[in-house]
Design a protein around this ligand. Sequence first.
Ligand SMILES: Cc1cc2nc3c(=O)[nH]c(=O)nc-3n(C[C@H](O)[C@H](O)[C@H](O)COP(=O)(O)OP(=O)(O)OC[C@H]3O[C@@H](n4cnc5c(N)ncnc54)[C@H](O)[C@@H]3O)c2cc1C
Length: 439
Amino acid sequence: MPLAELPLRAAPRSKNLEHLPVVVIGAGPVGLAAAAHLLERGIDVLVFESGDRAGSAIRQWGHIRLFSPWEFVVDDAAARLLDPTGWDAPPARGLPTGLEFVDRYLAPLAATEPLAGRIRYRSIVTAVSRQGMDRTRSTGRASTPFIVRTDTDAGPQEQLARAVIDTSGTYSTPNSVIANGLAPQHADVLGDTICPALPDVQGHDRARFAGQHTLVVGAGHSAAHTLLALAALAREEPGTTISWAIRNSSPVRVFGSGDDELDARGALGTSTHDLVRSGEVSLIDACEIDDLVPHPAGRVEVRGRRGGKPTTITVDRVVNATGFRPDLDMLREIRLALDEVVEAPRALAPLIDPNLHSCGSVPPHGVVELSHPEPNFYVAGMKSYGRAPTFLLLTGYEQVRSIADELAGNFSAARRVELILPETGVCSTSTPAQSGTCC
Ligand SMILES: Cc1cc2nc3c(=O)[nH]c(=O)nc-3n(C[C@H](O)[C@H](O)[C@H](O)COP(=O)(O)OP(=O)(O)OC[C@H]3O[C@@H](n4cnc5c(N)ncnc54)[C@H](O)[C@@H]3O)c2cc1C
């Protein structure tokens, strides 16, 4: 649906729910920004986080350096909470690692007085519904509180809420390396021959990769990071061999155009391109993987098709860098309107679906594009992109600023989206029906 046709109607507000907090799922950067924006507007908030501290998902890839500088990864409302604490703001142009981003920004933010008492750690949200109503009940739905069920050390608990913002990310639910999207048939016996995206190849996981033949699968920035780390390892450890399998005929989205407005993201693409040109990485393009089969001596046989013809490659390790998908199980009783391809909100999907739009230059958007048939329920942050890549924190911060204005009744502010995002410089599409650019 074109943006111009989207309903500009605000979600109904129910005065009898206003004593309840807004529940935010996940204390990642977007969840904490949501909480900061809500508090600024005088709305109480409760954040449930599955990990034992803020930024738990990012800590898992803490050794990776972000491609966005500090000036693009700190939310404005969060900075306004931090400033009075004497927070030592990092240099605008510096590029933090994931760990530095957590230690220098998310941890101090979560420790600010307004937020600290409102975050519940080790609280895994397992389900969201309406009090006494499954998804089939319509009468009085908007004026009925949400119920958020969590798994905690003290057992299952339930919390009522006036609204819910799900910012739980996608990091714990990776896509499959198999072309059909299912788990490998022998997943239970593959052991550590297959590993998730972004292993710490030069640090903690070095021994798993040194002197081994690794196949990296996927055509995104996670794949590029791993290829660069493996190439550095190969220069130190003889016998380290690197192959890279991608579905498309060209990794154009990784290589970039040379015109990326985020210098570090552009450099990541250029360096990866150099590895392929120099032969340090063997690119296996147009490759669809059908199964992974355990092979004697702890190796793994990767069976698939290349250009339609059967192909098999035997390697020591497979790194799954095929991206992530949203966990929708906990939202089973919520009325969602999701695009059937990318599992993002319907109005947002055409802007980010890589089949239609390859360049990653996404127009900023807010509450209008993020609304679902369920009043006052929103998915924001990385999870709002469903299976699409290219999410940027700036986008997420603008999403939750807009949602907070909506929940505060500032409807015109919620619909005024003014953010300008850095362009990738890549603007082409692999859709045969389209030629030229996608923007
Ligand atoms: C390697 C890498 C590099 C990136 N670099 C950049 C960059 O340079 N610039 C940029 O703008 N973006 C970057 N991104 C993209 C994106 O901004 C990050 O993934 C960011 O962490 C997304 O923030 P989020 O808050 O939406 O989700 P997350 O950071 O994933 O946070 C979600 C939180 O929810 C918690 N959670 C999950 N499930 C539950 C549950 N059921 N109950 C309770 N809590 C739950 C998690 O523990 C986590 O703390 C990068 C992503 C990756 C993977």
